[in-house]
Structures are given as structure tokens and as C-alpha cells.
Ligand binder design. Structure first.
Ligand code: BGC
Length: 802
């Protein structure tokens, strides 16, 4: 009995200790992350004078006249300077950090549910709270609000990689315009996107949020997106600045990279965006570069971004990014998001002990105030909460079909009308609209391939459909989509179907053609892996083998649709099907967009913005990339992690060495003359084009290139002309060729021609000279190669620079 009592008491003691520890940690955790907004007003009485909602400017001082800053006829700089003079130091410091995750977590009652960050209000001066929301593929807010009898869905536009594959900057601007309009009408002031990181390696889990392995395409498409969104008076936050190319240990990884690779590859896309579109904000990334957190790097945030490139906006941190709040603000990271109590305290303390001056605080605050004054919130814009979702769905469908890439077509597509289509593979029915994490969108619906084909007049084969339905019924649990925070960090794909020979025979007997869909999903917090991801799974291989064998034996065709967000292995199986369409993840209208191509309503004109290699090991970056796709630890993100001593640091996890330097993507494959499965810039059409009469001339430090494109086939279509530049005689280490300009024709009828004219500023032929720490231009002869992929150059001309 005594023994029993002793054990029970001991167990109780342990339990109490656990509860206490969890409680203390939990309190610390919650008070430092989620609740800082409420703390703001509870703790700081000076800030509490007016309510948040009160941001009207009618004679706040009651003296019969508007202050300079209150009068919106005054230029913004003047208003900022005036209000800055009126702010207390506490108010200024308060503005440097957002209000925590309260809105995103649904803790706040007065916020917009789903808003992940804010610029805090300064009620005493009538400065409103500004809302920040994700993300690159459309606005991400909560669609359902408690007690409100309507929904707040947003449009899931195609993923960034698909949009880049259109090579059509005007179209991307149109998409951006629609996305920005949704933000405007839902009361959001800044969209946290677009993403401008480079596809250094195909396994980065967030590549779908980014455009390309090439910085020019990244920059031009990114600028088009920023211009489209910001035309609405809504800001963007171009992210993640910079060299954030893996998700493994993303908050702490140190990117070790040469200055040259930084300038020519990783920074270049951002540079183009800043110069072409001057975004309202830039988001610093989580990682370090050469030992310093980007968010604490004066070199990156001030010397390069502002002094070199002339960036005028503000820099915000990525969520919970950086380590030392004072160092961040001093480096030029003006706004800390989502903002924690810990950071607020650190900034107050830093000011008191002199480690940060009022001048440095004023610099950051002025940039934040500039954004506040530009915001629609400040203009008192009465947002409708009724964006035209129908019109935006139409733009989604159009852009999705333009960014899909036809990889193979042996006299198969377009399909004849009214066929009976056997849809094989689970993702034909559960089509994937986009990736997961903050790049996900809460859309009202996703059109599957099944629905898309039906909408386009095709009959869906019943045997194949029933196979899917039975499979789903038998795997009910595995088909349940994760919700909430789980949905954010676990890319979901339902389990694949196993087809028996008899079943496949039934399917072929009752259908005209097979469409096999291969689906992939990935997202924030984890990288991709070889098994069942880069490679087809065993079930997928069997499914493809069985379908192609059975259908071909019956004299019927097989089309593969790749519903993926990043590159997969294709070399080993691409000979099997008759056609392959890289559909990417086309947003909520994905199924319709694929059907538009399959039935020929749209002639495909998308081109790859990255290489599809034969082997993953062929990528030069592969020698230094994490390969086990370890998912992120949420606790690491919120709590921080102790620095490991140098000799305990794990390669590709704690640090990643970019040994390949500038040799990313085709720069490597083309220089090393490696075989690829599909080259950069590649994509087929239902017609053929000829590119000819290439000229290049130099005028006022700009190389003007012209090329004549003729449609020599039988269908109307668009072609993308790509200009690569090479310098065969060179004293430096150079890639075989680099993309320097591109343009897309308008829709050309058969036989029609169009002369395209493209400009390359001579400066863009410079390389980053690590000896002089500056750009250098080599004199001599450059070859201007004009073609339709990095491996299909139609004509070359030369230009000589003195
Ligand atoms: C992501 C950012 C995103 C932010 C807010 C972070 O985890 O890295 O891209 O904008 O969360 O959701």
C-alpha cells in the first residue's frame, strides 16, 4: 500500500512538473508571438488615446486648421516629415514592429481574418492600421467569418512558375491587376509577393512560388506582376531577399556564395524588379548570407538595395525572421513582422542604452509612414468586399492555358471533339490548384480535369471514373484534406490508384483516348526528395506502363498531363505516351485551362523557364543541396535556435555552399554541353514557326535586335523569341550563353509574319568583377543568338564593343 502511494505521489509530482513546464513555456511562447497586439494597447497607455477605428482627419487638434500631414493635398514627403515631428519616441518605436499574429490566428475581433501582419496604428495621430496578406498566387484571407452569412473567397491564380512560363509580361500585369484589385476590395493594403528567388535546384519546396532558374525572366515577370498589383494603389512585398533557395532549416541556414553569383544570379532578378517597378516593399529572407542574416545585413539592405539600386520603399522581415531587432533596424530592415513583444522590448532597450539612435529609428519610421500615407486605408477607401471574382476567374483561365507547356506531341493533340476520355490517375479528379504554405489561396472551387473536359464537351469514361470513386471510398481517411495550420505545412496528394489488367482492358474498351495525370505538391517548410517525388512512384510507373501498353495495343492514344509545381524526372518515361502537357498548377481554373489546350481552343505557347535535366545529379547545385526533405520545426521558427559551434555544423542544413557559382540551370547545362530532357526555353505549339532576318545594331549604349517570325504551320499561334548572348573569346570564366532579352509575338495566323524588336542595354553584358568589386564590361565580339529555346538557335549575328 505504502509503495503504491509512493509511486502514485511520484507520478503526480512528475505530472505537475510537466504541466508547470508546459504552462511556463506556453505562456512565454504565446506572449512573445501571438498576442503582442493586445499587449500594445493594454501596456502602453500613451498609445491608447483613440480607438483603432478612429482614423479620420477632421481637425484632430481642434484648432480650426488641418495639420500639414493631415492635408492630403501636400506631398507625401512633407506629410511624413510633419507627422514624424509630432510623434513621441515611444510611438516611433512602436511602429517598427507589427501587431503579432492575432489576426491570422483569429484572436482579434476587429481585424480581417487571415491577415498575417500589420503596420500598427498610431491612434493619437489618426494613423490607421495597415494590413499585410499573402501571397504570390492570389490573396490569402479567411473565406469564412464567424456570424457572417457570406463568404470572402479569393481567386487562386496560377502559380508563379506557370505565369513565368507564359513569357508574356502584359498578361502577367493583367493577372497582377486582378490580384491587386482583390486586395483593394477586401481591405488589404500590401500583398506579400511576388517571390523572386531563383530555382537554384529543382527540389526547393517553394519553387512554385518563384519564376525561374534565370534572373532576367525572374526580374521581368516579377516587375510585370508588381506593376499590375500596384496599379490598384495596393503595395507588394517582393520576397525573399535574398539567396533563400531551400526550405530545409530555412530560418537558420547560411548561404555561402560568391559575390559574383550573388550579383549576377541571386540579386539580379530583384535588381530588375526594383529598377523597373519600384515596389512599395521588399521582404528580407530568413537565411543568412555569408554568415549574416539578410535581415541584419547593411550591405544587402542599404548599400546594395538602396544606394546601388535606388530602392525607395521599406524592407520588412520575413515572419519571425532575424535574430537581433536592433541590428535589423540599423541594417535597413525597417519593419519587423509579424512583430513580437520581445522585439519591441529590445528596441526600447536599444534606444535607451544608445545602441540605436533616434536618427536610425526616424529613417525606418519615415519609410513606414510613407507606406501608410500611400495606403488606401489612409485615403479612407471604402472597400466593397465584392471583387469581381467571375472576371478574375476568366483571367485565371486565360493565363493558365498560356503558361502550360506542350512537351511532346506525336500527332495526338488537339483531340477531336466529343471523345470518350479515360481519366487515369487520382489527380485527374483531384486536380491541384497550387502549392501549400503561405503561397496557398482560399479559393471557392478548383475545376478538376474531369470537370474541365466535361465543360469542353468531352465524355468522361465511366469505368475509369468508377475506379477512382471506389478507390476513394476505400481510402476515406487518406482523402481527407488537412485543414488550418496542418494544411499549411503538409502538401496533400491523395493516394494513387492501382489499376489491374482487367480493369485497364475495360477502360480501353469503353474509351477513345487516355489522359494520365501525374500530380505533385510541395510548399513552405520542406524541400522535395528523389523518391516518389522527383521520380515517379512505383504505382505511377505501373499505371503509365499499363495505360500506354493497353491503349497502344488498341490503336488508341495516351496523353500525360503533369499537374506539378516543380520539375520532375521525365527522361526515363517520356517515350511512352504520345503527348505530354506540362500543366503546372493552374489555379482554380486549372482543369478548364488544360481542356482548352487539349481540345485546341488554345494553341499552347508556354515555354520552360527552367531546364528539365536527364538526371537530378546533373545540376551543378546538386552537390550542395539537402536531399532528405526534412520538414521544418515550427518551434525553431518561433523560439529561435542556438547557434552550433562551427565544427558541429551540418553541410546543406546549417550552411549551404553554392560551389557552382554562376552555373545555375542552363548556364551549367549549356556550358558543359550536357544532354537534357527538355531545355530551358522549350515548348511546342500546334503550329510551326520560322525565325529569320536577325539583325543587331548598337545605338546609344543599347543593342537593338530585330527578328522576323513567321507562322509556317496551319494553326494560329504565338511564338516566344529568345535572345541569348555569348562571348566566345573571353578572359573570364563565362557561361556559354545567357538570356538577355525575350519577346512574344501576337497571335499569328498561318503564313502571317511579325517583326519583333528587342533591346539589350550594353551594361547588361557586364559581369561582376570581384577584383574591382564592380561591374565590368569586356570589350570585343559578342554573339547575339536568336532562337526559340536555349538549344534551338535560329540565327546568330555579331556585335563588337570597343
Ligand atoms: C513566409 C512568407 C510569408 C509569411 C507570412 C512566412 O513563413 O516565408 O513568404 O509571406 O510567412 O505568411
Amino acid at each position: 500500500m505504502k509503495k503504491f502511494l509512493r509511486i502514485t505521489l511520484k507520478a503526480l509530482g512528475i505530472l505537475v512538473a510537466i504541466v508547470l513546464i508546459v504552462g511556463v513555456i506556453g505562456y512565454f511562447y504565446v506572449s512573445n508571438t501571438f498576442l503582442s497586439f493586445e499587449d500594445d494597447y493594454a501596456e502602453n497607455k500613451d498609445l491608447k488615446e483613440l480607438t483603432l477605428a478612429d482614423n479620420t482627419f477632421i481637425d484632430r487638434n481642434g484648432n480650426g486648421a488641418l495639420d500639414v500631414y493631415e492635408d492630403d493635398r501636400n506631398p507625401i514627403e512633407m506629410r511624413v516629415a510633419d507627422v514624424l515631428k509630432q510623434m513621441t519616441i515611444d510611438e516611433k518605436i512602436h511602429l517598427l514592429k507589427g501587431s503579432g499574429l492575432a489576426s491570422a490566428m483569429g484572436i482579434r475581433e476587429d481585424g480581417i481574418p487571415g491577415v498575417v501582419g500589420t503596420v500598427v496604428a498610431t491612434p493619437r495621430l489618426g494613423l490607421p492600421e495597415v494590413n499585410l496578406s499573402d501571397g504570390p498566387a492570389g490573396l490569402r484571407i479567411e473565406p469564412i467569418r464567424e456570424g457572417i452569412d457570406r463568404t470572402f473567397y479569393c481567386t487562386a491564380f496560377p502559380i508563379a512558375t506557370l505565369l513565368a512560363s507564359t513569357w508574356n509580361t502584359d498578361l502577367v500585369t493583367e493577372v497582377g491587376d486582378a490580384m491587386g484589385n482583390e486586395a483593394l476590395e477586401y481591405g488589404i493594403d500590401v500583398i506579400l509577393g511576388p517571390g523572386a528567388n531563383i530555382h537554384r535546384h529543382p527540389f526547393c519546396g517553394r519553387n512554385f512560388e518563384y519564376y525561374s532558374e534565370d534572373p532576367l525572366i525572374t526580374g521581368k515577370i516579377g516587375a510585370a506582376m508588381v506593376n499590375g498589383i500596384e496599379a490598384n494603389g495596393v503595395g507588394t512585398s517582393v520576397k525573399h531577399f535574398v539567396a533563400n533557395n531551400q526550405e530545409t532549416n530555412r530560418n537558420y541556414n547560411d548561404t555561402r556564395v560568391s559575390d559574383r553569383a550573388m550579383r549576377e544570379i541571386y540579386l539580379k532578378g530583384f535588381e530588375i524588379i526594383v529598377k523597373d517597378a519600384q515596389p512599395w516593399t521588399i521582404m528580407s529572407s530568413y537565411n543568412k548570407v555569408n554568415g549574416t542574416y539578410t535581415s541584419e545585413s547593411k550591405d544587402l539592405l542599404t548599400d546594395i538595395l538602396r544606394d546601388d539600386w535606388g530602392f525607395k520603399g521599406l524592407v520588412m522581415s520575413d515572419w519571425f525572421g532575424g535574430n537581433d531587432a536592433v541590428a535589423m533596424v540599423k541594417a535597413g530592415n525597417d519593419l519587423l513582422e509579424p512583430g513580437t513583444k520581445k522585439q519591441w522590448d529590445a528596441l526600447e532597450e536599444g534606444y535607451e542604452n544608445g545602441s540605436i539612435t533616434e536618427e536610425a529609428i526616424d529613417t525606418a519610421v519615415s519609410r513606414i509612414l510613407t507606406l501608410v500615407f500611400k495606403s488606401q486605408k489612409m485615403q479612407g477607401y471604402a472597400y466593397s468586399e465584392k471583387p469581381d471574382l467571375k472576371a478574375h476567374a476568366a483571367i485565371t483561365r486565360k493565363s493558365a492555358s498560356e503558361g502550360m507547356v506542350l512537351l511532346k506531341n506525336e500527332a495526338t493533340l488537339p483531340l477531336a471533339q466529343k471523345l470518350n476520355v479515360a481519366l487515369i490517375g487520382v489527380t485527374s479528379y483531384d486536380f491541384i490548384a497550387g502549392g501549400t504554405g503561405s503561397g496557398d489561396v482560399n479559393e471557392a472551387y478548383t475545376v478538376s480535369l474531369e470537370e474541365g473536359l466535361q465543360n469542353n464537351g468531352y465524355t468522361i469514361n465511366k469505368v475509369a471514373k468508377k475506379t477512382y470513386q471506389d478507390h476513394k471510398a476505400a481510402n476515406e481517411e487518406a482523402f481527407k484534406k488537412p485543414e488550418g495550420i496542418n494544411a499549411m505545412f503538409s502538401p496533400f496528394i491523395p493516394p494513387q490508384i492501382e489499376y489491374t489488367d482487367a480493369l485497364m482492358q475495360d477502360i480501353v474498351n469503353s474509351s477513345d483516348v487516355a489522359v494520365v495525370t501525374i500530380g505533385r505538391n510541395s510548399g513552405e517548410g520542406g524541400d522535395r526528395v528523389v523518391k516518389d517525388d522527383w521520380l515517379l512512384s512505383q504505382l505511377e510507373e505501373e499505371m503509365l506502363n499499363k495505360t500506354t501498353e493497353t491503349f497502344h495495343k488498341a490503336g488508341k492514344k495516351v496523353v500525360v498531363v503533369l499537374n506539378i509545381g516543380g520539375v520532375i524526372e521525365t527522361a526515363s518515361w517520356k517515350s511512352q505516351p504520345d503527348a505530354i502537357l506540362l500543366a503546372w498548377q493552374g489555379g482554380q481554373e486549372g482543369g478548364n485551362a488544360v481542356a482548352d489546350i487539349l481540345d485546341g481552343k488554345v494553341n499552347p505557347s508556354g515555354k520552360l523557364t527552367m531546364t528539365f535535366p536527364v538526371n537530378i545529379e546533373d545540376h551543378a547545385s546538386h552537390a550542395n543541396f539537402p536531399l532528405d526533405g526534412k520538414p521544418m520545426q515550427m518551434t525553431d521558427m518561433f523560439w529561435g535556435k542556438d547557434e552550433k559551434p562551427e565544427d558541429e555544423q551540418e553541410k546543406d542544413v546549417d550552411f549551404t555552399t553554392y560551389e557552382e557559382g554562376i552555373y545555375v540551370g542552363y548556364r551549367h547545362f549549356d556550358t558543359k554541353k550536357l544532354d537534357v530532357s527538355y531545355p530551358f526555353g522549350y515548348g511546342l505549339s500546334y503550329t510551326d514557326f520560322a525565325v529569320s532576318e536577325v539583325t543587331a545594331s548598337l545605338e546609344n549604349d543599347v543593342i537593338n535586335v530585330t527578328a522576323v517570325v513567321q507562322n509556317i504551320g496551319t494553326n494560329a499561334g504565338n511564338e516566344v523569341v529568345q535572345v541569348y548572348v555569348a562571348k566566345p573569346e573571353t578572359a573570364i570564366d563565362r557561361a556559354a550563353q545567357e538570356l538577355k532579352a525575350f519577346a512574344k509575338t501576337s497571335l499569328l495566323a498561318p503564313e502571317a509574319t511579325q517583326t519583333l524588336s528587342l533591346q539589350i542595354p550594353v551594361n547588361e553584358l557586364s559581369y561582376w568583377n570581384e577584383n574591382t568589386n564592380n561591374w565590368s564590361l569586356e570589350p570585343g565580339t559578342y554573339r547575339i543568338k536568336v532562337g526559340t529555346s536555349s538549344r534551338s538557335i535560329a540565327q546568330e549575328v555579331e556585335i563588337t564593343l570597343e
